[in-house]
Write a protein that binds this ligand. Structure first.
Ligand code: UDP
Ligand code: MG
Length: 307
């Protein structure tokens, strides 16, 4: 086993060196590993600090984005450029203590898991964040029967194969474990400590609740209809065609019986259903075409990176 520790960092200047020190201390006995910082278009001295570390210590590598592209894309880039057989992710702000990493590795090995996800049972965040996390658990359980308590905890370990063809979109870093389980991977949980942010500010506000909910809805749709959106939209459109044709036949019979063609609301409904069925059908086709020509969920632009 060798490990790639992936750390997304957006304006985390003050946190980089203390985090590096803690990782070095905690991973002394785990064998080969690399640390990859992904500077997500920071405006402070984050990149400069990472570069200085990288000059001093060859296990420190970095990727720097041309502009802020979000935590999901930062993790995607880290995964793409990493070399380890196993990938460990954690936040740059020291909320996820590196001392938990050996325990995560152990749990993965012993339980024969493809991924082990940290569970911040005693979370050191404000009431709003904890409430959002509980809501997310309820929705995930209802939609997917997902039993992972804390999908949003960045501190996780993955076998590299988890990311074969994995598509990163929106803020889907919060639901990687949900997607992995839907794809047949075995995911375990491990209780980890959680600390207050070492320095700097959180990058997320209340919008995360809405974005998170939208991402979950999409995962549900994707899982139910993938890999054929045409099937999902095609079925929806045929149902509408069927209703429309039923209305047309009923209207024709009625016109024959009363010898008068009536342009009433039922006929208008039939026409609307027919048109909507056609639009729905075309949507299915368009999605199918987009599915086959998409950029595999990579939207980041690298400005520079270490050798
Ligand atoms: N982050 C990032 N790009 C962003 C937002 C966040 O790389 O656009 C990083 C951030 O620097 C941190 C991690 O993602 O290392 C988690 O962010 P944060 O601590 O703000 O989230 P919270 O702990 O408040 O949920
Ligand atoms: Mg944080």
């Amino acid at each position: 086993m060798n490990f790639s520790v992936i750390i997304p960092a957006y304006n985390e200047e003050e946190n980089i060196v203390p985090l590096y020190d803690e990782i070095k201390k905690s991973l002394k006995n785990i064998g080969n590993y690399e640390i990859i910082f992904i500077d997500d278009g920071s405006k402070d001295g984050t990149l400069r600090t990472i570069k200085e570390l990288s000059k001093k210590d060859k296990i420190v590598k970095y990727i720097s984005f041309a502009k802020n592209s979000g935590q999901t894309q930062a993790i995607a880039a880290g995964v793409d450029f990493s070399k380890g057989t196993h990938i460990i992710t954690l936040d740059a702000d020291l909320q996820n203590p590196p001392e938990e990493i050996p325990g995560l590795i152990n749990k993965l090995k012993k339980g024969n898991y493809n991924c082990v996800s940290g569970w911040r049972k005693n979370r050191r965040d404000n009431f709003k964040k904890i409430l959002f996390s509980k809501l997310s658990f309820i929705v995930r359980k209802l939609l997917f029967n997902d039993k992972i308590h804390d999908a949003g905890c960045t501190l996780k370990i993955y076998e590299r194969s988890c990311f074969n063809d994995f598509e990163f979109y929106g803020e889907s870093h919060r639901f990687i474990t949900t997607i992995l389980q839907l794809n047949g991977y075995k995911v375990g949980e491990y209780v980890v400590k959680h600390k207050k942010r070492h320095s700097g500010k959180t990058k997320y506000g209340a919008k995360r609740l809405i974005n998170g909910f939208l991402d979950l809805l999409f995962i549900k749709f994707w899982n139910d209809s993938s890999p054929r959106p045409l099937h999902f939209f095609g079925n929806l459109s045929f149902f509408q065609y069927f209703l429309a044709i039923f209305i047309f036949i009923e209207q024709i019979f009625k016109a024959i019986i009363i010898s008068k063609f009536d342009l009433g609301p039922i006929l208008v409904l039939g026409v609307l259903l027919f048109l909507n069925a056609t639009v729905t059908f075309l949507f299915g086709f368009m999605f199918e075409i987009m599915l086959r020509s998409g950029p595999n969920g990579r939207y980041y632009k690298v400005k520079e990176m270490s050798a």
